[in-house]
Design a protein around this ligand. Structure first.
Ligand code: S3P
Length: 167
């Protein structure tokens, strides 16, 4: 039997992967791991600082390595950064895993995240950015997901219950 996560959470920034991931881990009695946190810890810098210092491609390389490590070693709940699924090797690694896509509509995303300097991809014109991000990524989330849970208008506790029901 190979070691692997119980559940992988994917979906856009601000959809609630961290909050729901922690609640879910508590319910399942397992640990929680977030690949963004792993990168920040390893680098001693915030994600925004990495983007500014080294650019997005360098961040994506670090993210790819962090995702690979987390999927290989963690047996609990793993939440991936919103852009991790853009990498084809990462998508291949997700095949055969239990992957839950937390989804939301563009307007919900704009409402929840707003203009957000801490999230480099939303530092200017978030509505336009969100439309483009969703357009580019929705099909990638759907491609690797084994279940989809819509989060629009729902609380983290409700979403967690929906995820448990979907497992
Ligand atoms: C990103 C999502 C962020 C973080 C980085 C880029 C993206 O993670 O990895 O800012 O490309 O969607 P969260 O989804 O955890 O906010």
């Amino acid at each position: 039997m190979s070691v692997g996560p119980a559940v992988v959470l994917i979906g856009p920034m601000g959809v609630g992967k961290s909050t729901v991931g922690r609640l879910l881990a508590e319910h399942l009695g397992v640990g929680y791991r977030d690949t963004d946190d792993d990168i920040v810890e390893a680098e001693g810098r915030t994600i925004a600082e990495i983007f500014v210092d080294e650019g997005e491609p360098a961040f994506r390389a670090k993210e790819k390595a962090a995702v690979r490590a987390a999927l290989a070693t963690h047996e609990g709940v793993v939440a991936l950064g919103g852009g991790a699924v853009m990498d084809p090797d990462t998508r291949a690694l997700l095949a055969g895993q239990r992957v839950v896509y937390l989804s939301m509509e563009v307007e919900e995303a704009v409402r929840r995240t707003g203009l957000n300097a801490a999230r480099p991809l939303l530092a200017v014109n978030p509505r336009k950015q969100w439309r483009e991000l969703m357009e580019a990524r929705r099909h990638l989330y759907e491609e690797v997901a084994t279940a989809v849970v819509a989060t629009d208008g729902r609380s983290p506790h409700e979403v967690t219950q929906d995820v448990l029901d979907a497992l």
